[in-house]
Ligand binder design. Structure first.
Ligand SMILES: Cc1ncc(C[n+]2csc(CCOP(=O)(O)OP(=O)(O)O)c2C)c(N)n1
Length: 369
């Protein structure tokens, strides 16, 4: 009998045939519907709200940049380019769901219920920026890359154990998807079927490290395979696609099936943060221009204008309202008492530990001099 000799073909292993990580898109760059089957069931009012949210975020970005340059804001991580990824996902999330954002995810946090004045205080490093209203189901933005993935797995398991029909939602970047915490978070949530939605906002860069050097993986969505959970890649410049995919992922998680990993293909138009990063030193202007043509606001504007739901006047009205809200919020933030080290220490524990209590005493003595 002739037996077929088995061989180990490592190259073949690189091409798993059971996975499809093609990018989900509904609206193309021209604002044309390319995938009508996937169109979410939303009203005209909702469509207008989606565009309003993105304009709001773009203006908030522009004003935050100016306020930072004037010394009136502190830390700021630019959001321009990521509006569809950020606002499209949060629009599909319920207020009772728990949000665990990263430092670039302040727009989602505000949409989830954080007063704008507190977002500004957070930027200034003021302790009151982290004193959240009881009704806000969120943690403050995480600065440690990837750490929020672990917290999300735990929060999601807690929701499940309490029998809640809610999800925990988190975001990291392409850089964050290389961290140990990332793998631990998705693995744990998968093992315990915890209702979590894990976003990787692939904006092309982790400071100056390009996506190509981040990993040999073809997509970041496929990292879900090893954790035994679904992974999906979506056009992160297409609000409707991000919204539709997030809605489906939420339904899946709430039904008890476990977590979902979503990679949004987006781009950071500006610098990494306003703390000294200069992207012209490491990236090609032509590539940036290519992505600017994919601007999520442009395609949604075209789509809605065609439908007779949007106009220049409407957009200007939204812009004026946003600018007014921002002025008011800065005024409100300015009213906060001067930042004290003792306030930070006091906010750490309900009952301060002995060491903290001693430090509070030392700092209060200095502050009261
Ligand atoms: C554990 C950890 N290592 C390093 C840093 C410094 N750091 C801040 S942002 C950043 C890059 C993150 O890139 P990415 O995850 O792609 O997110 P993006 O900023 O592009 O949204 C790094 C390395 C950090 N904050 N935490």
């Amino acid at each position: 009998m002739v037996t077929q000799k088995q061989k180990i073909d490592i190259d073949a292993l690189l091409n798993p045939s059971n996975t499809d990580f093609r990018m989900v898109q509904i609206l193309d760059e021209e604002g044309k519907v390319v995938n009508p089957d996937l169109m979410p069931d939303v009203s005209d009012e909702e469509l207008v709200q989606f565009m309003t949210d993105m304009v709001w975020s773009r203006i908030l970005h522009e004003r935050s940049t100016a306020l930072n340059r004037q010394g009136r804001l502190g830390f700021y991580a630019p959001t321009a380019g990521q509006e569809a990824s950020q606002l499209g996902s949060i629009a599909a999330i319920e207020k009772e769901d728990v949000l665990l954002p990263g430092y670039r995810d302040v727009p989602q946090l505000i949409k989830h219920g954080l007063p704008l004045s507190q977002a500004f205080l957070w930027s200034r490093g003021h302790v009151e920026g982290n004193d959240y209203p009881e009704s806000l189901n969120a943690l403050p933005p995480q600065i440690i890359i990837g750490a929020q993935y672990i917290q999300t797995a735990g929060v999601a398991l807690g929701l499940k154990k309490r029998g809640k029909k809610n999800v925990a939602v988190t975001y990291t970047g392409d850089g964050g998807s290389s961290q140990g915490d990332f793998y631990e978070g998705i693995n744990f949530a998968g093992a315990f079927k915890a209702p979590a939605i894990f976003f990787i906002q692939n904006n092309g860069w982790a400071i100056s490290t390009p996506r190509e050097l981040q990993t040999a993986a073809k997509t970041l969505a496929q990292k879900a395979v090893a954790a035994g959970i679904p992974g999906i890649q979506v056009d992160g410049m297409d609000f409707l696609a991000v919204y539709a995919v997030t809605k489906k992922a939420r339904e899946y998680a709430v039904a008890g099936n476990g977590p979902v990993l979503i990679e949004t293909m987006t781009y950071r138009f500006g610098p990494h943060t306003l703390s000294g990063d200069d992207p012209t030193r490491y990236r090609d202007n032509e590539v940036l221009e290519g992505w600017q043509a994919k601007d999520p606001l442009i395609r949604m504007r075209k789509f809605l204008t065609e439908k007779g739901l949007w106009s220049e006047e409407k957009e200007n009205e939204v812009i004026e309202n946003v600018k007014e809200d921002i002025k008011e919020a800065i005024k409100e933030a300015d009213k906060a008492p001067k930042q004290k080290v003792s306030s930070f220490l006091k906010s750490m524990f309900e009952e301060p530990t002995q060491g903290i209590a001693e430090q509070i005493e030392i700092f209060e003595a200095k502050e009261n001099k």
